[in-house]
Design a protein around this ligand. Structure first.
Ligand code: AKB
Length: 315
């Protein structure tokens, strides 16, 4: 039976991944950690410890006490916040990652951490962005993600740590809202559509970005971690995407279910610049070929499910 440590367990991915891992591998086997403790299913359904990931000793102590064999390191600042607080982002994103990798090395653990489409930059091919291509990001978040991918590869080659990662696109879910990301508009729009039948987008019409519905993202993490390591030519990190759209396309899809819905634009130059530096549509074929990556939700199916889960009945 697996014993897994999750950092950032109360965040957007962590709050759902922890519950899925507890369903799959048993409640006691998944140790959730986060810098804060809130009243949440994650805190009450199995072991939970408060942890600041920049504290290496504390991380090692918890991992050692629970005898974990897998570390899933999620705690990080997202792109827009990282751009506002670049030094904090460097310290938290890189400091947390190296501590988590050291813990995995010392305890001989399998390791997962997410990378992002933010690991690409303006010189990267914008369409069908290949797995192996130019990565010269112009954001602190992107610098962290590229450095993180390289560091994870280093721990694999140098120390034999079984590191694995995914370059996630914008993740959309109805459980825990993201915070401080560039793709967050694609989550906010559903909440506002139900509440106010209107949304003002901070991303300009015509700006394409990759996206994925959370159930597909969680399944991808589980599938990658269970994949036969000998078949992985790439490890850190695989391109994965389920769809690519721009703001007016998601608005049109919502309008099918909420005909009175209207979309306005008040572009935020900071987040728009980040979005424009990222690819429009990445190519996930290496993930498909090496470990069977697949998705179940496109924009239409995701929109129906999001609206239903948020309490708006659809046909
Ligand atoms: C963000 O917008 O910062 C994240 C990401 C794509 O990594 N959602």
């Amino acid at each position: 039976m697996k014993r897994i440590l999750v950092t950032g367990a109360l965040g957007q991915i962590g709050s759902e991944l922890t519950m899925k891992l507890r369903e799959l591998y048993g409640e006691e086997g998944v140790v959730a950690t986060d810098i804060r403790r809130i009243d949440s299913k994650v805190v009450h359904s199995g072991p939970f410890e408060t942890l600041d990931v920049t504290d290496e000793k504390a991380m090692f102590e918890i991992a050692n006490r629970y005898k974990v064999d897998t570390v899933i390191h999620l705690a990080a600042l997202l792109s827009a916040t990282a751009e506002q607080k670049p030094l904090l982002a460097w310290n938290l994103n890189m400091g947390g990652l190296v501590n988590a990798l050291e813990t995995a090395r010392e305890l001989n653990c399998q390791f997962f951490t997410p990378s992002s489409i933010g690991a690409f930059g303006p010189l990267t091919p914008k369409n069908d962005t290949p797995q192996d291509t130019i990565q010269r990001p112009t954001t602190m978040y992107g610098v962290n993600k590229v450095s993180g991918e390289l560091l994870c590869d280093y721990y694999y080659h140098k120390f034999g740590v079984d590191t694995r990662g995914l370059r996630f696109p914008g993740l959309i879910s109805y459980v825990t809202p993201p915070g401080g990301g560039t793709t967050d508009y694609a989550v906010e729009i559903y909440y506002e559509a139900i509440k106010k039948q209107a949304y003002t987008s901070y991303i300009a019409q015509g700006t394409y970005m990759d996206m994925m519905y959370m159930p597909d993202a969680l399944q991808a993490i589980v599938d990658l971690m269970e994949a036969d390591g000998s078949k992985l030519a790439h490890r850190n990190a695989f391109n994965v995407s389920a769809m690519s759209f721009e703001p007016s396309e998601i608005a049109a899809e919502i309008k099918k279910h909420i005909p009175s819905f209207t979309m306005n634009y008040e572009v935020d130059p900071a987040r728009q610049a980040i979005a424009e530096s990222w690819p429009d549509r990445i190519d996930s074929s290496c993930a498909k070929a090496e470990w069977g990556f697949h998705t179940s939700y496109d924009l239409e199916k995701m929109t129906k499910d999001m609206l239903e889960k948020l309490g708006h009945p659809t046909q």
